[in-house]
Design a protein around this ligand. Structure first.
Ligand code: ADP
Length: 352
């Protein structure tokens, strides 16, 4: 199999001794949209810059279409990068900004003009093509940056928090455009973000990073459904994490002895942490066969339209939040005792 991009045990230690990334392994297929997600300082941008060729690689190898590019300069790689601040040349016109990369590549004038005109049209920028880049709105500048990245026809487009400078509304609009564009062009996108919703909403796969280490690489749904590490379980979605001592498996489920009693879930028998998504808790007087039943006390309730929002206290005093249909919330005031049922298939057991 030929991958568009392959990172083999890639690591980066800066000259001051900071270990920014270690042992990063990744294989990306043609046309995939992959997001690097994690808190600030976890090594996302460093990795992206190593892929682009803007940062030396301390260990490991970078392959693109079966070719080792580890020591290839940025301009010789089949990549193009879009920066958070767009890095447009303010004194150049939109047209000049977009054409710049082609000029650097030494394309003949006529071919350059043809490509620039086509992409101006595609991004609806023809009307402002002769304006200076600093005279335009945030959304237009974002489009110019994208156009400039794509006009050189890269195999892989690298995007470093490209929507970070936009307000929430524009961000949503451009997110949609970006996804459609990526599908249409079939270009591989590697997208760095610290915004969970952006990574989960846009990408085919998400690489979750923390402290320079890859925690998990999965499709967005899988990250929600089956977090692989305590960091991911805490970082993605709204999970309740309960530590325990492993018990012998039963009925195909791993089991844990916890302060809430025995819990069952999907995972390795030696797991020591149960991860319960907020939506897995179900208000039910006795649960159905095979379900885990947990006693709880209502500590707060709010009804908004058809939804009831509850705060509940579990037997170990921890508070959780759950949502249910408003009808079920009637009569359940603060202080009421309830039973929460859990399907073990929705619980994930991981190593703590
Ligand atoms: P992210 O993109 O996830 O916010 P970065 O890749 O920018 O993370 O940074 C990862 C780590 O490397 C951080 O600890 C950061 O302080 C450090 N770092 C980034 N650039 C440099 C540099 N040029 N010199 C030394 N340390 C750096």
């Amino acid at each position: 199999m030929i991958y568009d991009l392959e990172l083999i045990s890639v690591g980066k230690t800066y000259s001051d001794g900071t270990v920014a990334v270690s042992d990063f392994d990744l294989k990306v297929e043609k046309g995939e949209f992959v997001a690097f997600l994690g808190p600030s300082g976890c090594g996302k941008s460093t990795t992206l810059r190593m892929i682009a060729g803007f940062e030396d690689i301390t260990n490991g190898e970078v392959m693109m279409m079966n070719r080792n590019v580890t020591h290839l300069p940025a301009e010789k790689r089949p990549t193009s990068m879009i920066f958070q601040n767009y890095a447009l040349f303010p004194h150049m016109t939109v047209r000049q900004n977009i054409g710049f990369g082609l000029e650097v590549k030494g394309l003949p004038r006529a071919e350059r003009d043809r490509k620039v005109e086509r992409i101006l049209d595609m991004f609806d920028l023809t009307a402002v093509a002769d304006r200076k880049a600093d005279r335009l709105s945030g959304g237009q500048r974002q489009r110019i940056a994208l156009a400039r990245g794509l006009v050189v026809e890269p195999e892989i487009l690298l995007l470093d928090e490209p929507l970070g400078a936009l307000d929430a509304n524009l961000r949503r609009i451009i997110q949609n455009e970006l996804k459609l564009l990526q599908r249409e062009l079939g270009i591989t996108f590697i997208f760095v973000t610290h915004a969970q919703s952006e990574a989960l909403g846009l990408s085919d796969r998400v690489v979750v990073m923390s402290n320079g280490v890859v925690e998990q690489i999965s499709a967005p749904k899988e990250l929600y459904r089956r977090p692989a590490t305590p960091f991911v379980a805490d970082f993605i979605g709204a999970n309740t994490l309960i530590e325990g001592r492993s018990l012998p498996s039963e009925g195909g489920f791993a089991r844990l002895d916890t302060p809430l009693g025995a819990l069952a879930g999907v995972g390795a028998p030696e797991a020591t942490l149960a991860v319960i998504p907020a939506e897995a808790f179900r208000l039910s007087p006795q649960g159905t066969a095979g379900e885990i039943c947990l006693p709880a006390t209502v500590t707060g309730r709010q009804i908004v339209g058809a939804t009831g929002y509850f705060r509940m206290q579990l037997a170990d005093q921890r508070e959780i939040r759950i949502e249910t249909h408003a009808e079920r919330a009637l009569g359940l005031d603060a202080g009421a005792s309830v039973t929460l049922a859990l399907d073990p298939a929705s619980v994930t057991m991981i190593a703590g």
